[in-house]
Ligand binder design. Structure first.
Ligand SMILES: Nc1ncnc2c1ncn2[C@@H]1O[C@H](COP(=O)(O)OP(=O)(O)O)[C@@H](O)[C@H]1O
Ligand SMILES: [Mg+2]
Length: 325
């Protein structure tokens, strides 16, 4: 472990080419996932988090299309690989887990068998050895009586147990990178906490994780670094403590639940008014200007750069330089 990045995304662009026009779901996104850390992407629904993850794994469906950028993984640019090379990486070197385990698990196959198959897809192993490793992995992700539970069908397990099975499937090939897209969203808070603790344990054992969530609370609990996304763009990035202590972007502060209006005292908002705008009709400038309480006349006209406002802390807002100046 060190300062090495497992994944470096550079100027990534993914668009949906629809009859109504181009929807820029991922618009010039750059991010690093350092080895042995949990890196978070947070933002409201529709901000482009899942599309970023799907682009990395090259799982885009028509009319979604990679428009530009680089995805550097382990010295290779994933955008340049053939489908066959990519298939080897998916589930082998990079694994992904999703929000709803039931849709990714096969309902008619015992869970132990499914973990075993995930392993045998990428590694040639005798059946007995694959079985032993599958049970060991179910045990490692906190499934009690793993030997017995391996014989269960998905519907015989609780939501939390099913998500653990998904994590076991994702981890069985010892991926260099785990991408978890809203892994706890469908779970109640107690189970959510258990799954997040499991993520931390995986991290402490050296797994690099990209964790996607709409919930800043989830991100706060486990992430080392956080990227805040809004309308397809990164609007803020910082180490988790820095972000929570010194959130700079009005959107991030909105997500934090307390937006203080600059200058005149503090106005507290429970939530950010309005919704993520239709990505077909974005202003040329800051996309958040439509909902921002601190917006000035020219915010919608000019796109702010993502600028460093403190070491390792970057923000895309016209008002930030102004405030510290
Ligand atoms: N099949 C699709 N066709 C057209 N646009 C889509 C499609 N899927 C997603 N999008 C666009 O991509 C944006 C980002 O989606 P997504 O990455 O799933 O958001 P998130 O995961 O942050 O909730 C959506 O707001 C939508 O505008
Ligand atoms: Mg999503």
């Amino acid at each position: 472990m060190g300062d090495k990045n497992v994944l470096e995304i550079r100027h990534l662009r993914t668009s949906f080419f629809t009859q109504k026009g181009e929807i820029r779901a991922v618009d010039d996104v750059s991010l690093d996932v350092p080895e042995g850390k949990i890196t978070g992407i947070v933002g409201e629904s529709g901000c482009g988090k899942s599309m970023t993850a799907r682009t990395v794994l090259r799982l885009l469906k028509y009319p979604g299309k990679l428009v530009g950028g680089e995805i550097l993984f382990d010295g290779r640019d994933l955008t340049k690989l053939t489908e066959k090379e990519m298939a080897k990486i998916r589930g082998g070197e990079i694994s992904m887990i999703f929000q709803e385990p039931m849709t990714s698990l096969n309902p008619v196959v015992r869970v132990g068998k499914q973990v075993e198959e995930a392993l045998r897809l990428h590694r040639r192993l005798p059946a007995r050895e694959a079985r032993r490793q599958a049970v060991a992995m179910l045990d490692a992700v906190g499934i009690a009586e793993a030997e017995k539970r391996a014989h269960c069908y998905p519907h015989e397990l609780s939501g939390g147990m099913r998500q653990r099975v998904m994590i076991a499937m994702a981890m069985i090939c010892k991926p260099k990178l785990l991408i978890a897209d809203e892994p706890t969203t469908a779970l109640d808070v107690t189970v959510q906490a258990q799954i997040l603790n499991l993520m931390k344990r995986l991290r402490d054992n050296g797994t690099s994780i990209l964790l996607i969530s709409h919930d800043l609370g989830v991100v706060a609990q486990v992430c080392d670094t956080v990227y805040v996304m809004y309308a397809g763009r990164i609007v803020e990035q910082a180490e988790v403590c820095e972000l929570f202590d010194h959130a700079a972007h009005p959107y991030t502060r909105g997500l934090l639940g307390a937006v203080s209006s600059l200058g005149s005292g503090a106005a507290t908002l429970e939530t950010i008014p309005g919704v993520v705008p239709n990505l077909l009709h974005l202003p040329a400038g800051c996309a958040f200007s439509l909902r921002c309480g601190e917006c000035r006349a020219d915010c919608a006209g000019h796109l702010p750069e993502l600028r460093e406002c403190a070491p390792g802390h970057r923000v895309r807002c016209h008002r930030i330089g102004e405030v510290s100046a």
